[in-house]
Design a protein around this ligand. Structure first.
Ligand code: GMT
Length: 376
């Protein structure tokens, strides 16, 4: 198939999933065209089956806001026609599904261009519920030829909040277990255990809770914390670390391209989010044998089985999360058991080799169901 993929190219779960999906599909012989305003971060510069088409957004003094949505629609239509795309797959509803809808209409007389929208989380739980975006989010979802959600939780929530009656397919996020795996036994031995948090440091991720957890755990266990990523909460986290007297134990690593190299060096992943449609960072950690201590929100429980391959606690209950972390750091038998269970879950339930065919099947279904053009 020839597939156009649109996503946010910056750091964030939806862009990462879209990029990894495109790369995996290319490995399986499909021709992939990324269409976005910048090169997605995890996309290699050169790759035979993968192409990147930049969207240029011309500005004009009259525009208070350059109309990216329109420039994207025009580029989608142009790329679809030139490269004879079979389908567009957009990640994150706004504005991508609206642009895809326009592109499909622009080409309607000349070519079929069905589009699939994958809902990732905040497009439904936060942004889509803003009064100014609610109706257009609902319309763009209802107009999609196929809709997927990254968890059953998000599927149910979308139905509930937007009253969507069309079928939506749940396809869980995935991880490439050949790339994400534990490191050789013995490496890193002798240094103090490390906690790790990976996010875009938005308020919804509650990264400051990681600092509180570290402060609590380090009262009894000598440990450190790596904070990977960047965003608006980073400054407040740095200040809190100073206030709580743990700044010597925290490393703010900034944005990192090779998470798979950092994760295996950690003992526990912290995911204290307020909302989480899935929790991709937890899955990547599990594949590396790093048990997550996460919050019991959204779709996280579809991934982390409490007490089996990680722990789930209430949002904001940093004392309970710290107690779980301390136990994992001091009980090596428990840690080994959870680490092995986490790897097994990643391999048997969420490996890309299991999940990617679900997208391929769905694309075929959507293309097959797309109404034929009049006279064709
Ligand atoms: O907040 C982010 O990291 C980006 C965000 C998004 O909405 O694009 O991530 C979402 O998509 C990820 C990939 O599908 C999911 O693993 C995250 O759970 C989800 N984030 C939230 O729901 C807050």
């Amino acid at each position: 198939m020839r597939i156009g993929i649109t996503c946010y190219p910056t750091y964030g779960g939806s862009g990462i999933v879209a990029t990894e999906l495109g790369l995996e599909l290319a490995l399986r012989g499909h021709e992939i065209h990324f269409i976005s305003y910048a090169h997605p971060i995890r996309l290699p510069v050169e790759s035979e089956q993968v192409h990147f088409h930049e969207v240029e957004v011309a500005n004009y003094p009259l525009f208070a806001y350059p109309p990216y949505c329109l420039a994207l629609a025009g580029r989608m239509a142009e790329v679809a026609e030139r490269y004879e795309l079979d389908l567009l797959h957009v990640h994150y509803a706004l504005p991508h599904a609206v642009s895809a809808l326009l592109a499909r209409q622009m080409l309607a007389a000349r070519r079929n261009l069905p589009f699939v929208t994958t809902l990732h989380g905040t497009d439904i739980t936060l942004v889509g519920q803003e009064p100014s975006y609610f109706a257009i989010t609902k319309y763009s979802i209802e107009s999609s030829d196929g809709i997927t959600t990254v968890s059953q939780y998000l599927n149910d929530r979308t139905r509930e909040v937007f009253g969507i009656e069309k079928p939506m397919r749940t396809i869980h996020n995935f991880v490439n277990c050949e790339l994400y795996h534990p490191r050789e036994p013995g490496t890193g031995a002798g240094r103090r255990p490390r906690l790790i948090h990976i996010s875009n440091f938005r308020p919804v991720k509650r990264p400051a809770d990681c600092i509180r957890i570290l402060a609590e755990v380090s009262k009894t266990v000598d440990c450190e914390l790596w904070m990977v990523g960047d965003g608006p909460e980073r400054g407040p986290c740095e200040r809190l670390a100073r206030e709580l007297g743990v700044s010597q134990r925290v490393e703010f690593c900034g944005k990192q391209d090779h998470i798979e190299r950092l994760l295996p060096g950690a003992s526990v992943l912290l995911l204290p989010s307020e909302h989480e449609a899935f929790g991709l960072a937890a899955l990547e950690a599990m594949a590396c044998g790093v048990p997550p201590v996460a919050t019991r929100v959204g779709g996280v429980a579809e991934l982390v089985r409490d007490g089996v391959d990680g722990f789930l606690e209430a949002t904001g209950d940093t004392a309970a999360q710290a107690a779980r972390v301390a136990r994992l750091l001091t009980d090596s038998v428990l840690h080994r058991r959870m680490s092995e269970a986490a790897q097994l879950a990643a391999r048997t339930r969420f490996d890309s080799r299991r999940i990617i065919p679900q997208y391929e099947d769905y694309y075929r279904e959507v293309i097959g169901n797309f109404p034929a053009r009049a006279g064709v």
